[in-house]
Design a protein around this ligand. Structure first.
Ligand SMILES: *[C@@H]1O[C@H](CO)[C@@H](O)[C@H](O)[C@H]1NC(C)=O
Ligand SMILES: *[C@@H]1O[C@H](CO)[C@@H](O)[C@H](O)[C@H]1NC(C)=O
Ligand SMILES: *[C@@H]1O[C@H](CO)[C@@H](O)[C@H](O)[C@H]1NC(C)=O
Ligand SMILES: *[C@@H]1O[C@H](CO)[C@@H](O)[C@H](O)[C@H]1NC(C)=O
Ligand SMILES: *[C@@H]1O[C@H](CO)[C@@H](O)[C@H](O)[C@H]1NC(C)=O
Ligand SMILES: *[C@@H]1O[C@H](CO)[C@@H](O)[C@H](O)[C@H]1NC(C)=O
Ligand SMILES: *[C@@H]1O[C@H](CO)[C@@H](O)[C@H](O)[C@H]1NC(C)=O
Length: 642
């Protein structure tokens, strides 16, 4: 019995009145089914083919809008800032308000859910070294104005410096700092929509590589970050959920930053949205501070005491995103010679909305530029990423939204020297762009940064595979640890050549080819369809279509009652044309959402037999038309030269 039938049966038998009970029964049933389904259904056979998603498909386009600009700069300019660990009172404030005197209260962690402001240090004058990563400051001016705010800094502790200096980078380590910056809930396509300037800078100037087959393995942020940071799902790790018997804080998890500490790195981790912290909301969080520099307590105090008096997205005159990015920069500035691992994750712009992220584009681009000019990227693996796509309800109800939720943005940029020193690793990473990859692979990749050996062809296919190895083309979702309802690989079916859709797709391919040569019709023959050689159909897998949401907070079991019919299907067809005897393979989209239109782009057509001398009449002048042009005048005898 499929879950949707169960639900129907339940609601029929017990109409309405037992909301909670029904949910509980459903949860148990679905949990069993989810467990049964996991790993039993490989979904894709052979190469993982994903749908060709349009950036602005009409099923989702109407959800986007232009956000109101930020208003942070309308607030009075902050009086205080920190420059490489030094407390600075801005000259601008002094000019405007007269001499300024400040006091300083260090913010100190107690445990994950409490912190204290220590005794006031007064006065705290311009040019003094900060004594803590975070502090509250109050300043009075000669003219009677008052400034009050909290600030971030990096204060290197002696113990951290000594610890790091006592370790040695492992012999096989790649010698890279690791800088990971992420946005919550951003699919690859939504990154392109909202962050075009940053994307262009990242790919064109920094040579960044963006994964296209990066597929989530669970629901929500925790399920996305745990596999990256520990190599495991929560079910495989010790119980840490609030209210569950035997639950303990997450300190004992095999966090990747522990490996980096052992290798002599200093570490930093931070996220905004402290109220729904990734490891503190449903889990018990950390007993001991997990990394050397930990953002949580700044964020908690900011949310509790300062957010309500600040415009949205701002702290004083600064956007909150800028504060996080500066904190990363400060970390790099504070430890110029030690290896560094940082992960900073921002959710405010993108967690609930799909268009406000565009407010981050200029900030992100200019920080990338600053990181580059200051030389921080010279020894750094820069990762820009997201945990999953938008889970914002309306977009998730469309098929495109379902796919985007499962295909978050994930990307890497290496320093220039990397490709020369590790040519095989770099080539593999590039080849892996279109292959099926997952958060488990990111974990394996980070491990490789500390211990890289070129395994050549002896690559073992495991759940988590380093992206410096070649991921097999035919890797399946179950190989990669991706449950069927998260799997974006399309399901493949052989299709009769007489199918109406196949025939109209074949005609569409011929007319698209003819359109390409239309301007040169005196030279190139108008081709006709000789025959259809092969056809197969790729459709969304049913588990993905019927999965509505998780029924428990931890995302361990699903409600499979969604009744979504496919919005599109893809045909891969092979045809032969007359008179050229040319064989073409093409991927054609049948878009049911848009009145059954059949569409394809010329880049989705490839000629798979030789064209020889057929296009001799345009060969030199119009080389891009060679696969499509059969010259009206053909040399007798023909030749197979290419
Ligand atoms: C401001 O402070 C500086 C040095 O602390 C002092 O030289 C100057 O006279 C002060 N200016 C005023 C207007 O009090
Ligand atoms: C504060 O100190 C910085 C250097 O630490 C200096 O550049 C700046 O001029 C000082 N500002 C004032 C108002 O003295
Ligand atoms: C920043 O401060 C650290 C010491 O905390 C020092 O080692 C480093 O050289 C400084 N960097 C710059 C650019 O001044
Ligand atoms: C980055 O490294 C290269 C070569 O090692 C060096 O020439 C360049 O000056 C460095 N750039 C910065 C900004 O440090
Ligand atoms: C490094 O990886 C190799 C296998 O590739 C393994 O045998 C070795 O134990 C690893 N070294 C460390 C320090 O983890
Ligand atoms: C994938 O291909 C490799 C080699 O081409 C083969 O050994 C393996 O069995 C294939 N795996 C699957 C799941 O088809
Ligand atoms: C070219 O061929 C197509 C069939 O593929 C036909 O429909 C069309 O009319 C032809 N055009 C010309 C100009 O002959």
């Amino acid at each position: 019995m499929s879950p949707s039938i169960w639900r129907l049966w339940l609601t029929r038998r017990y109409p309405r009145r037992l909301g909670l009970q029904t949910v509980l029964v459903m949860a148990i049933v679905s949990a069993c089914l989810t467990f049964y389904l996991r790993g039993t259904d490989p979904v894709n056979y052979g190469e993982c083919k994903r749908p060709i998603l349009e950036l602005w498909h009409p099923s989702i386009r109407h959800h986007f809008s232009t956000p109101k600009p930020l208003t942070c700069s309308q607030s009075p300019k902050n009086w205080v800032y920190v420059k490489n660990g030094t407390f600075v009172i801005s000259e601008e404030a002094i000019k405007k308000y007269g001499n300024v005197t400040c006091e300083y209260r260090p913010l100190v962690r107690m445990d994950d859910n409490s912190e204290v402001l220590r005794d006031v240090i007064r006065p705290f004058s311009n040019g003094t070294r900060v004594v803590s990563d975070f502090f509250e400051t109050k300043c009075n001016s000669q003219k009677g104005h008052v400034y009050e705010n909290i600030h971030t800094a990096i204060k290197p502790e002696q113990s951290v410096l000594e610890r790091a200096k006592a370790k040695r980078l492992p012999q096989n380590a790649m010698g890279l700092n690791v800088m990971i910056f992420g946005f919550d809930s951003v699919s690859r396509l939504n990154w392109l929509r909202n962050l075009p300037k940053s994307y262009a800078y990242f790919t064109e100037v920094l040579g960044g590589v963006v994964l296209e087959g990066y597929n989530i393995v669970g629901d929500g942020t925790t399920q996305a970050l745990l596999p990256i940071l520990t190599g495991h799902t929560d079910l495989e790790l010790p119980e840490a959920r609030r209210g569950f018997p035997g639950a303990k804080p997450v300190d004992g998890f095999p966090w990747i930053w522990k490996d980096f500490v052992d290798a002599g790195y200093v570490t930093q981790w931070g996220e905004d949205a402290a109220g729904i912290g990734t490891f503190t909301y449903r889990m018990l969080g950390f007993k001991e501070q997990p990394v050397d520099h930990y953002y949580r307590h700044y964020q908690r105090l900011a949310e509790a005491k300062y957010y309500e008096n600040n415009p949205r997205f701002c702290m004083g005159s600064e956007p909150r995103l800028d504060i996080m990015m500066k904190w990363m920069r400060d970390f790099f500035e504070a430890y110029p010679t030690l290896p560094k691992f940082t992960f900073v994750f921002h959710s405010e712009y993108s967690h609930e909305y799909i268009s406000t992220l565009s407010l981050a584009d200029e900030t992100l681009r200019s920080f990338l530029q600053e990181f580059k000019t200051s030389g921080y990227l010279n020894n750094t693996l820069l990762i820009l990423m997201a945990d999953h796509g938008s889970r914002y309800a309306e977009i998730r109800e469309s098929q495109q939204g379902k796919y985007e939720e499962r295909l978050p943005y994930y990307s890497f940029a290496f320093p220039k020297w990397f490709a020369e020193k590790y040519p095989i690793a770099m080539k593999n990473l590039r080849d892996n762009v279109e292959r099926l990859t997952s958060p488990f692979d990111i974990h394996a990749t980070l491990k490789d940064v500390l211990n890289y050996t070129d395994l050549g062809s002896r690559v073992q296919s495991t759940r988590g595979m380093s992206l410096f190895q070649a991921i097999p083309r035919n890797r399946t979702c179950s190989d990669a640890g991706i449950a069927p309802h998260w799997c974006t690989c399309l399901v493949w079916k052989e299709t009769p050549l007489t199918d109406d859709h196949v025939i109209s797709a074949a005609n569409q391919v011929v007319s698209t080819i003819n359109d390409l040569t239309n301007d040169n019709r005196q030279l190139c023959v108008n081709l006709t369809l000789d025959r259809i050689v092969a056809a197969s159909k790729f459709s969304p897998n049913e588990k993905l279509l019927t999965f509505k949401r998780s029924v428990d907070l931890d995302g361990h079991s699903g409600d499979f009652s969604d009744k979504m019919a496919p919005d599109w299907e893809f045909y891969q067809i092979t045809i032969k044309t007359k008179p050229s005897d040319a064989v073409y393979e093409a991927t054609v989209t049948h878009d049911m959402f848009r009145q059954n239109i059949i569409k394809l782009a010329s880049q989705d057509i490839s000629r798979i037999n030789r064209y020889g001398d057929q296009p001799h009449c345009i060969r030199d002048r119009l080389p891009h038309l060679r696969p499509y042009c059969y010259c009206t005048v053909q040399a007798s005898g023909g030749s197979l030269g290419r």
